[in-house]
Design a protein around this ligand. Structure first.
Ligand SMILES: Cc1ncc(COP(=O)(O)O)c(C=O)c1O
Length: 379
């Protein structure tokens, strides 16, 4: 048996939406994007959502919206994907790497408070694997210090913490619809906020700085008066080509309908893993997974002292594994900003990611569990 690490679930509903966009012959930034933004805002419970081509773009624009002075500092986790920190570099800001909580692998809030200095302007908490950062305590600290908060929600879609949706605790939430995530648009991202005025410029910034998209200009084209000036646009701010397109949004509209089911399916696979692993002596679950249904997880994983040997053992049996993540302080790009992150360095040697996706079968999960049991028994 071969078990993939991640696998998107796409089908006829997504194809029907792509076909409709083809038939309309409008496949760039258009009505599907607007519709998906509205549905996403309803789903997350926020006032404004802006469809982009990735969460990397969303994180870049989110920090850009605050116009922080060059050289200011952004508190980011050491244990995350590079995009959480490159968002600071894109904006000529400096990342300050914060250690992880050894159990949840999210931000260690004690270290966050230690690493804070007067030059800090923002925090980028990452709900790693989908497990929530303690947002109540983090927001209290951020507000007391006047820090802006951009939640990196790339690993969660619909999860909540203390009854409030992730992505709505901070000033801005950034989601990813890359192919491996909780739901996908192929590639895609969403920037969300309750502060419509704050995020409004991101509509132009995703579209090379142009204040009207071509779909709206196309609508004005039918207004046959001298004043319609359908061709007119102004560029007042530096923009990028970061927009979502109607093919991606069409996929997203279909995926959003399925997302609650996807989230339940992944959670039930996690429960099956946890049951199957409960007797193991040397291999433990990656996280204190919350099974209440409030959290939505993207990553299931394990910890093991002989992690590298276990990965090879699983590979020989056709089971894909991964590692989320090597601490960012080990990447040459971030060498000017290295800081002490002993907990992230410590867990890095032991963590690994196991197969998890919405369509994973019980047989696949049981196959992985039996391989884990065999390895554990011989350790
Ligand atoms: C924590 C985190 N943030 C941001 C991103 C970037 O997402 P995207 O691929 O949509 O740019 C990822 C992607 O894996 C991620 O894992």
């Amino acid at each position: 048996m071969n078990v993939r690490l991640f696998r998107p679930s796409v089908g006829e509903e997504e194809l029907a939406n792509i076909r409709a966009a083809f038939e309309r012959s409008w496949i760039g930034l258009g009505p599907n994007v607007g519709e998906f933004e509205t549905r996403w805002s309803e789903f997350i419970g926020c006032r404004s959502s802006i469809g982009l081509n990735s969460a990397t773009a969303a994180l870049h624009l989110a920090l850009a919206l605050f116009n922080f002075p060059e050289g200011k500092k952004v508190l980011v986790p050491a244990l995350t994907f590079v995009s959480s920190a490159t968002a600071a570099l894109y904006n000529r800001l400096e990342p300050v790497f914060v250690d992880c909580n050894p159990e949840t692998l999210g931000l260690d809030l004690d270290d966050l408070e230690r690493k804070y200095s007067d030059d800090c302007v923002a925090i980028v908490p990452v709900h790693l694997a989908g497990h929530p950062v303690e947002m109540d305590r983090l927001m209290d600290f951020a507000r007391a210090k006047g820090l802006k908060v951009v939640e990196d929600c790339a690993h969660t879609a619909g999860g909540a913490y203390k009854g409030r949706k992730l992505g709505t605790w901070g000033d801005i939430g950034c989601f990813s619809f890359e192919e491996k995530k909780c739901m996908t648009t192929g590639d895609g991202g969403m920037l969300c906020s309750d502060d419509e005025e704050l995020v409004h410029p991101a509509r132009a910034m995703r579209w090379i700085g142009i204040d009207k998209d071509t779909w709206k200009r196309n609508a004005a084209y039918t207004d046959a008066t001298l004043n319609a000036r359908h061709w007119y646009y102004e560029v007042a701010l530096l923009g990028y080509k970061y927009n979502m397109n109607d093919l991606a949004a069409g996929i997203g509209l279909a995926q959003l309908q399925k997302l609650p089911t996807f989230n339940e399916q992944r959670l039930s696979a996690i429960k099956r893993y946890l049951d199957g692993m409960s007797e193991l002596r040397h291999i433990t679950p990656l996280l204190p997974y919350d099974l209440s249904g409030e959290s939505t997880y993207h990553v299931f994983g394990a910890r093991c002292e002989q992690r590298d040997e276990l990965m090879v053992f699983l590979k020989e049996r056709g089971i894909a594994t991964g590692l989320h993540y090597m601490p960012l302080t080990l990447h040459p790009l971030f060498s000017p900003w290295v800081s002490d992150v002993p907990q992230a360095m410590d867990v890095y040697d032991r963590i690994m990611t196991l197969p998890l996706f919405s369509a994973i079968t019980n047989d696949e999960v049981d196959y992985v569990i039996s391989a884990l049991r065999e390895f554990d028994a011989n350790m």
